[in-house]
Design a protein. Structure first.
Length: 292
């Protein structure tokens, strides 16, 4: 998928990185699975592998054999499930692992999205500690997620995004709703199967970004209780931008929460937003070091 078009969080982050790099004077060529193998790469100063799991492995091997490269890791490239990474001991011997061990070992720099993201990879690939790595959060432009002025927040309301996917914590969220009947839940986004919702939950389907920001501002809480370790999770940050008084119901599997600057007992709202806004600057600082 071309990051300059529409897409999910990975595309949004890559788009911020690319635009910042262009403003810094870099010549950037975007390779999608349709172009790889058809475009000479020997003259590239540096290839950045990002959101690359749909690329044919033989073409990735050719590219990395012929070009200096680094990796910005979205999700879990080492797993065939990509988004749903079970993080089990057997993952260390998965048949997908040898290919990616080789790629990570030869990379000039391996970038991960949060301390949790890094530690989860290290748990199944301990040799990663031998190679250069950095941790850079998801890039989020606050201007893209601000809600219109004058929206009233309704106390006792909770909103969740894509919570009806198993790896995003469907069972956790539905159990929480059943245990907190005093709250009203609005569930937005996709779902992988039909489920029976508690009486205090309603499913409203997908919303456009501007409509989602308004919905965030209308709800007192955002809920996000994933069942597997998530690399970062943009949604809690987008909620904090749209709703300056909003509160989070999240667990330890939200990658963003593993940063010291996120805060523990008290959420550091301004610091969280600042670090995500400055992520492109951080990213290109690491890239420029690789180019030296």
């Amino acid at each position: 998928m071309n990051p300059m078009g529409t897409g999910g969080g990975a595309q949004a982050t890559d788009r911020e990185f690319i635009n910042f790099g262009i403003r810094q004077g870099h010549d950037i060529y975007i390779l999608t699975p349709h172009e790889i193998g058809k475009t000479p790469v020997k003259d590239f100063e540096l290839a950045i592998l990002s959101n690359c799991v749909t690329f044919p492995k033989n073409e990735l091997k050719k590219l990395t054999d012929n070009c200096r490269f680094m990796i910005y890791t979205h999700d879990y490239y080492i797993c065939r499930f990509r988004l749903y990474f079970p993080s089990l001991p057997k993952c260390a011997t998965c048949r997908y692992m040898p290919f990616w061990k080789d790629i990570y070992a030869r990379s000039k720099l391996n970038i991960f999205m949060s301390p949790l993201h890094w530690e989860t990879h290290l748990g199944v690939m301990p040799e990663l500690s031998k190679y250069p790595h950095a941790i850079v959060p998801s890039a989020i432009n606050p201007k893209d997620h601000q809600a219109p002025m004058g929206i009233d927040m309704t106390p006792g309301t909770v909103i969740g995004v894509n919570n009806l996917f198993g790896f995003k914590g469907r069972e956790n969220v539905l159990q929480y709703a059943q245990e907190h009947k005093e709250l009203q839940f609005t569930l937005v986004g996709g779902k992988e199967k039909e489920v029976e919702l508690p009486e205090n939950c309603k499913y409203v389907g997908f919303k456009q970004r501007e409509d989602l920001a308004k919905a965030f501002a209308e709800h007192e809480y955002l809920i996000h209780l994933p069942s597997t370790p998530q690399p970062f999770e943009r949604t809690p940050v987008e909620f904090l931008i749209a709703n300056p008084k909003g509160k989070l119901i999240i667990n330890q599997l939200v990658g963003a929460r593993s940063y010291a600057w996120f805060g523990k007992s008290t959420i550091n709202r301004e610091e969280i937003i600042r670090h995500c806004e400055e992520a492109p600057k951080h990213f290109w600082r690491e890239v420029n070091a690789c180019l030296k």
